[in-house]
Design a protein around this ligand. Structure first.
Ligand SMILES: *Cc1c(COP(=O)(O)O)cnc(C)c1O
Length: 339
């Protein structure tokens, strides 16, 4: 990503690094010398400071007035758009801030067509940076260019060009060549999720979610599986129980629609995913208690990958929702730390 963009990275490590663990993610990213890190809340910024991060930390969700003293104490960089927000940060004795410009998300930031109205306010309290966020960078629908043009138009109305301009998320970096601006903000790509087959660069698989088989049983025709008995077998079947469930963040929506890798073979989920256990149909698959199956990621043997996107699709969830939904009960093992 860094090579492709040709400018320093502002990696997004909000939401505990998309559910993967912020401490290990910082350890992996810091050797790339990113310009700084992006988070969503003051609490996330404070956590990074307590981990010893000294680089700039930009908070991308708008903050309420009462949060500003904490943001200042942790030397965080807020993103501000509306005059009241900018005034409040200035009054609180605030330091560096980035101007948040809305070019089509209608989520945060000042609408691009109103940027000229804050010109004089900015003249006396200028932002270190300015940015916008794309709503459909993973699509080739021309909207990225529309948003980029609006951004350029808005920047031109400022009294001076902020030093750090940035627009690109992962999909934009993967699709565009060298960045036209000063920083890029990759998120999900860092965690192993690409932005479609047509993107110029693809990430390696990063996340593997695995669980052991803890029981195996043989069913007779008419036997039922899991809550609601939604699966009733009409033939002899073999069912294995995995020690993983929706309380681990393995989506209940995969009931009856998902599958897992037992060795290199896909085994369908049998009946409803429960809180702590999930049953799979292994009638035609050789396996034993203690075998470890792969629910997301690369099979332990061979190189079949059950991608985050595929599992998300099966669950009717975005890959972002799937990753950030993984719960703390799942023990994290980081590559290079395996004993
Ligand atoms: C989350 C986020 C990103 C990263 O988006 P990805 O699609 O994960 O690359 C970039 N910019 C902002 C403002 C964000 O909130």
């Amino acid at each position: 990503m860094a090579r492709r963009a040709g400018v320093p990275l502002l990696p997004m490590i909000k939401a505990d690094a998309y559910g993967l663990g912020v401490e290990a993610s910082v350890r992996a990213l810091d050797p790339l010398e990113p310009w700084g890190y992006g988070v969503a809340t003051v609490g996330e910024g404070e956590e990074l400071r307590s981990l010893g991060v000294t680089r700039p930390i930009v908070v991308f969700t708008p903050l309420l007035k009462q949060e500003l003293p904490r943001a200042r104490a942790a030397r965080l960089t807020p993103t501000l758009g509306f005059p009241e927000e900018i005034e409040a940060w200035k009054q609180s004795g605030g330091g560096a801030w980035h101007l948040s410009i809305d070019t089509g998300m209608s989520r945060a930031g000042i609408p691009w067509r109103e940027v000229r109205s804050i010109r004089s306010l900015i003249e006396s309290f200028s932002p270190e940076g300015a940015f916008t966020h794309f709503h459909s960078a993973e699509l080739d629908d021309g909207t990225m260019k529309v948003q980029e043009d609006r951004f350029r138009e808005a920047i031109a109305t400022l009294p001076s060009r902020p030093r750090l301009l940035h627009t690109a998320n992962s999909a934009a970096i993967a699709r565009q060549g060298r960045s036209a601006w000063d920083l890029v903000r990759p998120g999900i790509f860092l965690y192993g999720v690409g932005s479609g087959r047509s993107a110029a660069i693809q990430p390696e698989n990063v996340v593997n979610l695995r669980a052991p088989i803890v029981e195996i049983r043989d069913l007779e025709p008419g036997d039922t599986v899991s809550y609601g008995a939604t699966l009733r077998v009409d033939r002899p079947a073999r069912i294995a129980t995995l020690a993983v469930g929706y309380a681990d963040g393995y989506p209940r929506a995969l009931s009856g629609s998902g599958s897992v890798l037992v060795g290199r073979t896909l085994a369908p989920i049998a009946g409803k995913v429960t809180m702590d256990m999930t049953m799979i149909d292994v009638t035609t698959i050789n396996c034993a208690i203690g075998d470890v199956v792969t629910l997301i990621g690369r099979a332990r043997e061979g190189d079949t990958v059950l991608t985050v996107e595929r599992v998300g699709d099966d669950a009717g969830m975005s890959p972002y929702e799937l990753l950030t939904g993984l719960r703390s009960r799942v023990e994290r093992v980081y590559a290079g730390e395996r004993s």
